[in-house]
Design a protein around this ligand. Structure first.
Ligand code: M6R
Length: 360
């Protein structure tokens, strides 16, 4: 069932273009979307806040989506690690939509957060891969990401499918609220539709990523940096690498490098940067220069030649507006995979981890 691949993880990484096509199938029109979720227009117009609850990779997808919801749907969006969630006073639950993002639909903390929200009267929406899962059943509405089964413990194809599906939700909410023009919606949808092809181009560069990963595999630690939409991708890149390689990896907003982590940067610590549209490449470049001048090797996932002069290894991201950081993420997945594989790790079942965490 691994279809000739050595691990489920690498198979699932390569399934991303297909997973994305499934997520988008029948849902994208010209300047509009059809999501088949019952969110009455009046309610959407009255929304004061969207609260996203999620764990791990799904939390990172939520962080990405929150930026899209705020900018395209003009609705305040907060993102909560599900185990830290609590519906506190001051907000009107009837004007709050709580979105639980969970691949499995079985994560205990996400289910608990969704139930807490329902208890105080908020409307709830599950964004999940698994039809009939506990979270889907507990939520008022479900929006499926249609990525197909994911076996590897490391979430890969479901991350990009979650963000793409949530981008459609941002368009839906923005159009219903009358704050997103058809032209602006078309532009974002065009970028989302371009994802399968752009992701495929990154996958076609697998051998190049493997060579770079093998060259740096024995480094002391790895730092992932990015801004705005590049920030959740930096967090996700670090999570993927630490989870499957057991190496020390950290992700943070690029601007924070100089506020502490820079003390750890040496020739032995590669810095992996998101230098694409949607990730404030010019500002991120300042952080790249700080790392480079301390002798750190810089790996750049870049579009449009951003930062070329300061990068030791470059992975090309095709032009795709706000979806570019998602393509950078694919390079990071491949990088993590090849580092871990070189070390002979149990990639599909890393030590101490489970695919779905059903205990709090
Ligand atoms: O099924 P869920 O999306 O709710 O799972 C949440 C996390 O447990 C999950 O994303 C975890 O962080 C992954 N193993 C990361 O690769």
């Amino acid at each position: 069932e691994k279809g000739g691949y050595e691990h489920y993880m690498i198979k699932e990484i390569h399934e991303q273009p297909h997973a994305l096509r499934q997520a988008l199938s029948g849902r994208v029109g010209h300047g509009s979307v059809d999501l088949d979720v019952d969110l009455p227009e009046e309610y959407v117009r009255s929304l004061e806040e969207i609260q996203v609850v999620a764990c791990g990779t799904s939390h990172h997808a939520g962080l990405y989506a929150a930026r899209l919801l705020e900018s395209h749907a003009d609705v305040r969006t907060t993102v909560h690690v599900a185990s830290e969630y609590g519906f506190t006073g001051g907000r009107d639950p009837s004007r709050t939509l709580v979105v639980a993002v969970t691949q499995s639909g079985e994560t205990a903390e996400t289910l608990g957060a969704l139930r807490d929200a329902a208890r105080v009267g908020a409307r709830t929406l599950a964004v999940t891969n698994v039809v009939g899962s506990s979270v889907a059943r507990a939520a008022d509405e479900s929006l499926y990401i249609r990525a197909g089964p994911e076996i590897g413990v490391a979430a890969t194809k479901t991350f990009v499918s979650q963000v793409a599906t949530l981008a459609l939700l941002a368009v839906h909410v923005g159009r219903e609220r009358g704050v997103l023009s058809a032209a602006a919606a078309s532009e974002l949808l065009g970028d989302v539709r371009g994802l399968p092809g752009a992701v495929q181009r990154a996958l076609d560069a697998d051998q190049q990523v493997r060579d770079v990963a093998e060259a740096y595999a024995d480094s002391e630690a790895f730092f992932f940096i990015g801004r705005y939409l590049g920030h959740p991708v930096a967090l996700e890149g670090a999570l993927k690498l630490k989870e499957i390689s057991y190496d020390h990896a950290e992700g943070f907003p690029a601007g924070e490098l100089k506020h502490g982590p820079l003390a750890l940067v040496t020739e032995e610590t590669p810095v992996i940067a998101v230098l694409t549209e949607g990730a404030r490449p010019d500002e991120t470049l300042n952080s790249v220069k700080e790392a480079e001048s301390r002798g750190a090797p810089v790996i750049g996932c870049h579009s449009d030649g951003h930062g070329e002069k300061f990068i030791d290894a470059a992975f090309e991201v095709p032009a795709l507006g706000e979806m570019e950081p998602l393509v950078a993420n694919v390079y990071m997945q491949l990088f993590a995979y090849h580092v871990a594989n070189r070390k002979g790790r149990a990639i599909d079942k890393p030590r101490n981890l489970a695919k779905s965490v059903t205990v709090e």
